[in-house]
Ligand binder design. Structure first.
Ligand SMILES: O=C(O)[C@H]1O[C@H](OP(=O)(O)OP(=O)(O)OC[C@H]2O[C@@H](n3ccc(=O)[nH]c3=O)[C@H](O)[C@@H]2O)[C@H](O)[C@@H](O)[C@@H]1O
Length: 394
């Protein structure tokens, strides 16, 4: 585009000069114009901005949707889906763990708005649906400032429920498998009340999310607010932060760089991992369903963490060693979702095979490493508080 404009103006300059005897002032003006056109093209990426394709929705079907935490890992993928489905999306984020670059491809689009705002403060906007995702989700991140995590999940959720009540919006809470704590029931179904240490290092998040669920049902019963509660199990994919600290990003980054894969404890604890696109589809189905009780969203394929380390090593074709570090305090020993409810009531189940999702995520982290100034990011072991030795954060 820049080239065409420059060419056009140069052409104009040449023809004007050919017809002028005393042309120095005119020449200067025209050269200035060339300069201005070039500056405008460079400073206004929106001139040439191409957005991902967006469906057209009629006024009746188009919703005004707020996503709190919409610039985060899951939130930004949800933003993409809802934008491409043709809705008007407002992303609210305080950028503690979210990043502008996760949603920058929508900036300037008429259906999109990005607000730098912390949900701990009230928000006054008009919306039809609220996906309330705002909260750090990685254990080292949420334990970094437990009081802030508690405020975000309690005051933040109260504020969003207050907004839902005022404007008559439906609210979906991104809850977590962590409400089941270190579970004594396996696999975990939605009827299970959980086994949470209320004063342990994970409590700021576990109990924060538990009370957030309690708030949803209080607002539903007392004020008639429509709520949806998704209990999200371990999720991975592109746009995870390099220093996220969760097992998927740690192991992939370590394997890519030939560093030891840091297994906390013996590695016999289990997790079941879902790819982010499966989760996003589940969230949208749940929001638009009539199910107000909690629903598990996760992939039921369970692995020990040691198996998982070996799998990542082999997918990356890495020579990294496996290093055993002290076990993290209150680390849930077995976790696997029972997703019969989601299957029956939403017709949802994960469709992306683990290895396919991991390969995409490995490609993403390889690109992230290439973009790093020094081409290196070595995750430091930071299981917040290890069982023995227990290093403190901040
Ligand atoms: O990924 C998620 O979606 C979930 O991650 C966390 O739950 P957690 O299962 O503890 O997540 P990780 O930090 O990824 O840990 C998984 C297991 O791997 C272990 N781990 C982690 C990191 C590492 O470098 N090495 C390692 O062995 C942990 O001790 C734990 O047993 C969050 O608490 C959940 O809210 C969130 O939904």
């Amino acid at each position: 585009m820049l080239k065409i404009k420059e060419y056009t103006v140069r052409h104009l300059v040449a023809s004007v000069l050919a017809n002028q005897k005393d042309s120095s002032s005119l020449r200067q003006i025209i050269l200035l114009m060339v300069h201005v056109v070039r500056e405008i093209c460079l400073l206004s990426p929106s001139f040439s901005q191409k957005y991902p394709p967006v469906k057209f929705l009629s006024e009746k079907d188009r919703k005004r949707i707020l996503i709190t935490g919409g610039a985060g890992f899951v939130g930004s993928h949800l933003t993409d889906k809802l934008m491409m489905d043709g809705h008007e999306v407002t992303v609210v984020d305080n950028f503690f763990t979210g990043r502008k670059r996760n949603v920058e491809h929508w900036i300037g689009h008429e259906n999109f708005e990005l607000i730098n705002h912390d949900v701990v403060e009230p928000l006054y906007i008009e919306v039809d649906q609220i996906y309330h995702l705002a909260s750090p989700a990685s254990p080292p991140n949420y334990m970094y400032n437990p009081i802030k995590t508690l405020k975000t999940n309690t005051i933040g959720t109260l504020n969003m429920l207050g907004l839902a009540k005022r404007v008559g919006a439906r609210l979906l809470l991104a809850s977590t498998s962590e409400v089941y704590g270190d579970p004594e029931v396996h696999p975990q179904n939605e009827e299970y009340w959980g086994h949470v240490n209320p004063i342990g290092p994970r409590a700021c998040y576990d109990e924060g999310k538990r009370v957030a669920e309690t708030m949803c049902y209080a607002y539903m019963k007392q004020e008639g607010v429509e709520v949806r509660v998704a209990r999200i199990f371990n999720t991975f994919g592109s746009r995870m932060h390099m220093n996220d600290g969760r097992v998927v990003s740690n192991f992939i980054l370590q394997a890519l760089q030939g560093e030891p894969l840091t297994v906390y404890g013996t590695g016999s604890q289990t997790r079941a991992f879902q790819y982010v696109s499966d989760l996003v589809n589940g969230l949208v189905l749940l929001m638009n369903s009539n199910i107000s009780s909690p629903v598990n969203l996760g992939n039921p394929e369970e692995h020990t963490i040691l198996e998982f380390a070996r799998l990542i090593k082999s997918l990356v074709v890495s020579r990294s060693q496996i290093q055993f570090l002290p076990e993290a305090q209150d680390d849930p020993q077995r976790r696997r979702p029972d997703i019969r409810k989601a299957k029956m009531m939403l017709g949802w189940e994960p469709v992306v095979p683990l290895e396919e999702g991991l390969n995409k995520t490995i490609q993403y982290f390889s690109r992230e490493l290439e973009h790093q100034a020094n081409n290196q990011y070595i995750p430091k072991p930071k299981a917040a508080r290890m069982k023995k030795g227990r290093p403190r954060h901040n």
